[in-house]
Design a protein around this ligand. Structure first.
Ligand code: ATP
Length: 586
């Protein structure tokens, strides 16, 4: 099956109100921990305020020649003790904050994974895996920075900045006014930046998602691209995407290039003002030299927390943009699932129409009721809609109009794990999970005993190689572990199917990717699985059609012929001419 994924259809992005609500909910569960972090940081800041006070005291007393060596020694000891206490408390606050961030992140990641796992397959097909991948990697990474560093740092820095400002007011009220001139430029440049940041970062992530989508598509459809000679065209399109992504990156950088230098320049204002205004006020006897020293040091101490807050504001916005994309995954409308139980083991499609894109119908009024326990082969020219029909019969897609029902229950509205016990789709892409052979098989039936697993492996002809695995059912399969060849992977998948025991199987050219030897070998395994079940097989080889009980010919989205091999030969339609052409050539 060659599935084209429309590249433009991305997954939803949560609205700002939903992001705020989610952030509040996440933080509210950690209220106690956050309170403790802020308390410890408050204490650290108070300890940090002692140093400049001591220095101010020393300046006043030394300039008035009122200090003894013992007093200076004591003052230095207090200074050092306060410094040590401050670094110990800061370290403790940061450790707690990081642990807090990890907890929040873990919950976010779990939320994302459960959202991804419940995504309707049709949505993943349409959106492409690149967007999902970007959300699960880049967005989680950006959010990790925001949660692990930005939130705690900002909380800590805000407490420090506020306490330092209070201290400035307490030490020398008139001198505290030196902060005022720095506020308007800082406010203006940050407002300018923050108003643009979310849109720019969202655009950057979307551009990156497009690059990932394109690369992922090119990788998975590598052989098709090579066969059709589309390499240069794909490279060109990928380069276009990369150019767009770079332009978005550059826009983000351009904004930072305005924000950071402006902020740096503004930070000098309070220190400069403290010395200038302090000097003037001291000359008039309004403040002491010690007060000027302490205030100047506090002004300098303020730079760090204010800078942190402003820097992290942007990062927090990026985090919010990423959070919006992560939460968006959970906003994908879920199919309205039903708990209804199928009354019979009949699968039936009635007046089914389907379109991937508006106004381009791929199926146009298909009626099909595969006879129970029999094999139905679906044949037809490439692009006729065979694979799409298979996906609809397997409940992966919902018809645009019409119904596909299993025992009277709409297939696409049945919970996937329930539906798979009725109807299962077997495609050529079978996945072996990085887990033990046992876990790979238990996906079919979680309650199966080891004896049953071995018997099932025997049925699909897989027990001989499975017994040679180093730890039998406990052998690890998948990346870096026991590597299975494509035929063995198919056998594991077929064994899973046998364990799940659905009454109907939808086969989409299950053996066509394998080399002929492996395919022949697998046919035996497949025969065991097909035995006694209703089978709908999308067939490329007419030999498969000849062996089937019934053949449906699909042309341009419609079933144009339906009957047994003999009936269709007699009727002299498309199937008959296809068969004659095939028979003449072989
Ligand atoms: P083949 O034998 O080549 O696999 P098919 O008969 O199985 O062909 P489908 O794969 O069902 O045909 O495709 C039917 C039509 O739907 C084709 O025009 C195809 O381009 C289009 N199509 C398939 N998948 C998608 C998709 N995900 N998005 C948009 N169009 C699609």
């Amino acid at each position: 099956m060659v599935t084209q994924t429309p590249a433009s259809e991305q997954l939803p992005v949560a609205a700002p109100a939903a992001v705020r609500r989610a952030a509040r909910e996440l933080l509210s569960t950690e209220r106690l921990g956050l309170g403790l972090v802020l308390g410890i940081q408050g204490a650290a800041t108070v300890a940090g305020l002692v140093g400049p006070l001591v220095l101010g005291y020393l300046v006043d007393h030394l300039s008035a020649h009122r200090s003894s060596a013992a007093q200076v020694g004591a003052a230095m000891a207090v200074f050092l003790a306060a410094l040590l206490l401050q670094s110990w408390l800061t370290r403790s606050a940061r450790r707690r904050a990081a642990a807090l961030g990890q907890g929040v992140l873990a919950r976010l990641r779990e939320g994302l994974i459960s959202g991804v796992l419940t995504l309707p397959l049709a949505v993943v097909e349409r959106a492409g895996t690149g967007d999902l991948l970007t959300r699960a990697t880049n967005d989680v990474e950006l959010l990790t920075t925001a949660v692990e560093q930005a939130v705690p740092d900002m909380a800590i820095a805000t407490v420090s900045a506020l306490l330092t400002m209070v201290a400035m007011v307490v030490v020398a009220p008139p001198l505290a006014l030196i902060l005022v001139p720095a506020i308007p430029p800082l406010y203006l440049v940050n407002r300018w930046y923050l108003r643009r940041a979310t849109a720019v970062y969202l655009a950057r992530q979307a551009a990156l998602a497009r690059v990932n989508s394109r690369i992922q598509e090119s990788t998975s459809a590598g052989s098709t691209i090579e066969a059709l000679g589309l390499g240069a065209w794909r490279v060109e399109r990928t380069e276009d995407d990369i150019r767009r992504s770079l332009a978005a990156d550059w826009e983000a950088l351009r904004m930072r290039l305005v924000l950071f230098p402006t902020s740096e320049a503004v930070y000098v204002i309070p220190l400069f003002a403290a010395l200038l205004v302090g000097g003037l006020l001291h000359a008039q006897g309004v403040v002491t030299l010690g007060q000027v020293t302490t205030t100047a040091l506090y002004a300098q101490q303020l730079v760090n927390p204010v800078d942190l807050v402003l820097q992290w504001l942007a990062s927090l916005q990026i985090g919010a943009a990423s959070l919006a994309r992560i939460l968006g995954v959970r906003e994908v409308p879920q199919p309205d699932l039903t708990g209804a139980e199928p009354r019979t083991a009949e699968l039936e499609a009635r007046r089914v129409h389907f379109e991937y894109r508006p106004d381009r119908e791929v199926l146009r009024g298909v009626d099909l009721a595969p006879p129970r326990g029999r094999r139905l082969a679906v044949i037809g020219p490439s692009g006729a809609g065979k694979s799409t029909l298979a996906l609809l019969l397997a409940g992966v897609f919902t018809p645009t109009s019409g119904t596909v029902e299993v025992g009277g229950v709409e297939a696409s509205r049945m919970p996937p794990e329930r539906l798979r016990r009725e109807v299962a789709l077997v495609t050529q892409e079978q996945h072996v999970f990085a887990a033990t052979l046992r876990d790979n098989l238990l996906i079919g039936d979680a309650a199966a005993s080891d004896d049953r697993l071995w018997a099932t492996l025997g049925e699909v002809d897989a027990d001989r190689w499975a017994r040679r695995l180093p730890h039998g059912l406990d052998s690890q399969l998948g990346s870096g572990e026991a590597a299975l060849d494509p035929a063995q992977s198919q056998q594991v998948a077929l064994a899973r199917l046998l364990l799940a025991d659905p009454h109907t199987l939808i086969l989409d050219e299950a053996t066509s990717l394998l080399d002929p030897g492996a395919a022949r070998h697998l046919e035996r395994s497949l025969a065991a699985v097909l035995e006694g079940r209703t089978v709908v097989a999308v067939a490329h080889r007419l030999e498969t059609a000849r062996q089937a009980d019934l053949v449906a010919v699909v042309e341009d989205g419609r079933i144009t012929e339906l009957g047994s091999h003999r009936q269709l030969l007699r009727s002299g339609g498309t199937y008959a001419s296809l068969w004659r052409a095939w028979a003449d050539s072989s």
